[in-house]
Design a protein around this ligand. Structure first.
Ligand code: GLU
Length: 504
């Protein structure tokens, strides 16, 4: 027997922005597909029209494309097993639900939502199942004629699956091993509604079958649905795909699933791209807009719940494809660590050449209206790149190379600006600006001479000088800054600092 080609799918519902847990699911599917020379499919599961959110599908596609996750088939690229949006496949589901009705594995139910609500409120553990179905209004309790009459009269109905009683259902999960469930714990889930729409369960199984999916890799929240899915495959007489349920992404602190609220509370994105809620206009931050490299984002997600079996943490997409295996996916949840996420970006930033960083930084500078010489920016980048996690932090670490401080750190000034600071740095500045050579070395030597001559300590002069040039106690080696801003700018900054700080 030949082994079928691996075919996996990412099957999101367009109910809002894609959570990073969803991106990780897509990534693991993608890694397996690429490793096995298989196909990766994007299917949009939009059967629940009440939860449809405009813009969500486009957002999902843009997010995955930013991450570099490519699809062989899908709603945006087409393919031989389309359409790939479930609302465009309605005609297909009808025939399959009919097949289950005909074989007795499903039945019509006419109980109204109100009827069921009453039952739920009077019987706290009420479930529509083998123990209750024979007391309810459905095609198992009504005559064939009555059922026909109700349907012909346009009475709303649902089609429910008939879960067999007293059976042990086994789900073989590639991550969790064998999971056994008693069928009596399952309810007769709705598969289809009289408006012609299938529910998730029916559409999902039919599509996975028709699209020849070999591996269903999805979040742990779908594990409770797996026994029902196994049963449906059996009822249809189809071979079920292999299942792998991925562990949850957990909050950085405490227990439970990582949510948007954790991101808001602790200040990190939980979505790949910025998202504007179409109803409320609320904006949620994204990894892309926060300055993450897609490669770093993918790398950090890959390691949330999987490891290569070594200590290696920095892995390119090609290495991930080569090393990934479902065997090494953890069963337990993966705690999200926002600081570690930044660390990943820092590692990728450091892998960039100074030329690449300069190019990105020039872009950011021009957005701020600053036209700087590339050679100068390159020197700045070399000086500060080890202090940043993101390109936009380059600005926080180096703005003083491009513009003079417009205020002076009060605390630092109080401690470091003395009565004679002004005259000392004014003297030193005149010496520096008249030097023949204006380099870090020549400036450092001149400072040494000056200190000896004046019999003052390094701290007394250089802190005041730093205050004048940068406005605070931060920044790299001061003469590096001074050589790059130039003589003229140095003189201007020093003059301004003296007139401001001497009068305070
Ligand atoms: N539509 C489901 C979701 O939104 C897909 C679950 C599955 O992959 O079977 O996550």
């Amino acid at each position: 027997m030949s082994i079928p080609k691996v075919r996996v799918r990412f099957a999101p519902s367009p109910t809002g922005p894609l959570h990073i847990g969803g991106v990780r699911t897509a990534l693991y599917n993608y890694l397996l597909a690429r490793q096995m020379g298989g196909d990766m499919i994007l299917r949009i599961e939009d059967t629940d029209q009440t939860r449809f959110v405009p813009g969500a599908e486009a957002y999902i596609i843009e997010s995955l494309s930013w991450c570099g996750i490519q699809f062989d088939e899908g709603v945006h690229v087409g393919g031989p097993y389309g359409p790939y949006r479930q609302s465009d496949r309605k005609h297909l589901y009808i025939q399959y639900v009919q097949q289950l009705l005909d074989s007795g594995h499903a039945y019509y139910a006419f109980d109204t939502p109100d009827d069921l609500e009453v039952l739920r409120s009077t019987h706290p553990n009420f479930q529509y199942d083998s123990s209750t179905r024979l007391g309810l209004r459905n095609s198992l309790t009504l005559s064939e004629g009555e059922v026909k009459q109700l349907i012909d009269a346009g009475t709303p109905y649902v089609v429910r699956v008939r879960i067999p009683a007293g059976e042990e259902i086994r789900v073989n999960d590639l991550i969790r091993g064998e999971v056994r469930v008693q069928s009596s714990t399952l309810d007769d889930k709705v598969l289809f509604k009289s408006d012609g729409m299938p529910t998730y369960h029916l559409a999902n199984i039919v599509d996975d079958h028709l699209m020849l999916i070999t591996h269903v890799i999805r979040g742990e929240e779908w594990l409770p649905s797996a026994p029902l899915h196994i049963l449906l495959y059996r009822f249809f007489g189809w071979q079920a795909p292999q299942f792998a349920h991925l562990p949850l992404l957990l909050k950085p602190d405490g227990n439970g699933k990582l949510s948007k609220r954790d991101g808001d509370r602790l200040g990190f994105p939980v979505f790949p791209l910025r998202w504007t809620d179409p109803k409320t206009g609320d904006i949620s931050s994204g990894y892309r807009e926060s300055g993450y490299y897609p490669e770093a984002f993918i790398n950090l997600l890959a390691l949330l719940g999987w490891n290569p079996g070594t200590d290696q943490e920095i892995l390119s997409i090609d290495e991930l494809i080569r090393l990934f295996s479902l065997d090494r996916v953890n069963k337990s949840g993966a705690r999200f660590d926002p600081e570690k996420a930044k660390w990943f970006n820092q590692q990728y930033l450091r892998m960039q050449t100074n030329d690449e960083l300069t190019e990105s930084f020039l872009l950011l500078l021009s957005e701020k209206g600053i036209q700087a010489k590339p050679e100068m920016v390159k020197k700045v980048v070399a000086l500060v790149k080890d202090r940043v996690n993101f390109i936009n932090e380059l600005w926080d670490q180096s703005w003083f190379f491009f513009t003079a401080p417009n205020s002076y750190d009060e605390g630092f000034a109080k401690k470091r600006w003395k009565a004679d600071s002004g005259s000392l740095i004014s003297d030193l500045t005149s010496r520096m600006t008249t030097l023949k050579e204006f380099t870090t070395e020549s400036l450092d030597t001149e400072i040494q001479h000056f200190l000896e001559e004046k019999q003052v300590g390094m701290g007394a002069i250089m802190n005041a000088m730093r205050l004048a040039v940068i406005g605070s106690g931060m920044g790299p080696h001061l003469t590096e800054v001074i050589t790059l801003i130039g003589r003229e700018e140095l003189a201007i900054r020093v003059r301004r600092a003296i007139s401001t700080l001497n009068n305070q």
